[in-house]
Design a protein around this ligand. Structure first.
Ligand SMILES: [Zn+2]
Length: 274
């Protein structure tokens, strides 16, 4: 089985176009798109226009190529569009919204999660405390949640967040694989301690709960994104956590993706310029 894994495309059409070319050239049967799929510039409430105006064609083409396409929205993609996104995926054969779901291809089991650990940014649609004892970062302003009528302001986000399940809780709620050693977790948020979570300013913001979950359960692979600059900042795009290989391709100006050959257990990171 051959996979192309990409993440954090944020609506960049030329990268989406290259993605299907890369999948074809590699002979991939599966594409994994690890979240933050929609444009984050301009009015976020227009993100559905990217789904209708571009993603539909992209999904159709993947389906025509016979490529399975596992994906989900990310923390910069408004939650009010989740249902619309899911219904769009369902229209195309092999296109799967993997958020908080399990999907099997052959003997491999894919499980997705797109909740993220809270950050200083205002949009809180997919934010959670990492664990019950999580210490919040300084905030850039009051929290915001998307609603069909615009943003709802959260005057006391910390109090709201304490009422929500933590990342640790969300991981425990995920569907369980039959065979952990053949499962691949697609988790937008990276784990801590492995150099996959390093921001441009040097701070490491990864999830302790995700690290502990992977260390305890030992899936075959875990695929992450979210901190676009981390591979360039830390010099690492993969790390071992026991028998689990954790991959975080990053995504800066060039188109960046990872090819995975599961039979050969070969992994390569590719960087292509416009
Ligand atoms: Zn992103």
């Amino acid at each position: 089985m051959k996979i192309v894994f990409v993440t954090d495309l944020h609506g960049e059409i030329w990268k989406y176009d290259r993605l299907l070319k890369a999948a074809r050239n590699f002979g991939a049967d599966t594409v994994i798109n690890g979240g933050d799929m929609l444009p984050k510039t301009g009015n976020l409430f227009d993100q559905d226009k990217f789904i209708t105006g571009y993603l539909e064609k992209h999904f159709k083409k993947a389906a025509e190529l016979g490529i399975s396409y596992l994906c989900y929205l990310g923390n910069d993609d408004l939650r009010i569009f989740d249902d619309f996104f899911e219904r769009t995926c369902e229209k195309y054969r092999g296109v799967i919204d993997l958020g908080q779901r399990k999907y099997d291809i052959g003997k491999y089991e894919f499980i997705g999660m797109n909740w993220v650990v809270d950050y200083p940014f205002r949009l809180k649609d997919r934010c959670r405390m990492d664990t019950k004892d999580y210490a919040f970062q300084m905030q850039f302003g009051t929290g915001l949640l998307s609603t069909p009528d615009g943003f709802e302001e959260l005057p006391d986000w910390f109090t709201t967040a304490r009422t929500l399940p933590t990342i640790e809780d969300e991981l425990n709620r995920l569907p369980k694989p039959t065979t952990m050693s053949r499962s691949i977790y697609v988790i937008h948020m990276p784990p801590y301690r492995l150099g996959l979570d390093r921001c441009g300013n040097g701070s490491e913001v990864g999830s302790k709960a995700i690290y502990n979950f992977l260390e305890r359960n030992q899936p075959l692979l875990s695929l992450h994104g979210h901190i676009h600059e981390s591979p360039e900042t830390s010099g690492r795009w993969h790390a071992n956590l026991g028998n689990t290989l954790c991959i975080q391709p990053g995504q800066l100006t060039p188109f960046t993706y990872v090819t995975i050959d599961l039979q050969a257990m070969e992994f390569d990171r590719h960087i292509e310029y416009f």
